[in-house]
Design a protein around this ligand. Structure first.
Ligand code: MN
Length: 129
């Protein structure tokens, strides 16, 4: 496949995660799956980068400084330019209430922490093809 065509097909994933260890883990996994990775360290930066970059998918931690993941998701899903972007919430402690809040905030799916990397890969493939 020509290099140019390949580059156009690379899917871009925005990771919004304040925990550096999780960020590195997720970034490494995404890179190994041939996704291009964009990173934000809090909810406000996540919203700003979503607006600037229009990624193909967002992985959204929920517990974040400055603006939490629920609020960032609501703002993204309320924006006509961004609302089509699938958002997968990263929910801590498998909290049932967190999941329900994430889905009602507009998240399309969720992955519980500690992250099962095969589950994450399969959900990414489901939304990104
Ligand atoms: Mn967090």
């Amino acid at each position: 496949m020509p290099q140019r065509a390949h580059r156009l097909m690379v899917k871009r994933v925005l990771v919004v995660e304040d925990n550096p260890d999780n960020r590195i883990l997720i970034t490494d996994v995404l890179a190994s799956l041939q996704y291009e990775v964009l990173v934000a360290v809090d909810g406000e930066e996540g919203l700003t980068k979503a607006e600037a970059e229009i990624p193909d998918l967002i992985l959204m931690d929920l517990s974040l400084p400055r603006m939490d993941g629920w609020a960032a998701t609501q703002k993204i899903k309320a924006n006509d330019t961004l609302s089509h972007i699938p958002i997968i919430a990263l929910t801590a402690h498998a909290m049932v209430g967190d999941r329900e809040k994430a889905l009602s905030a507009g998240c399309d799916d969720y992955v519980s922490k500690p992250i099962d990397l095969r589950e994450l890969a399969s959900k990414l493939a489901h939304f990104l093809g």
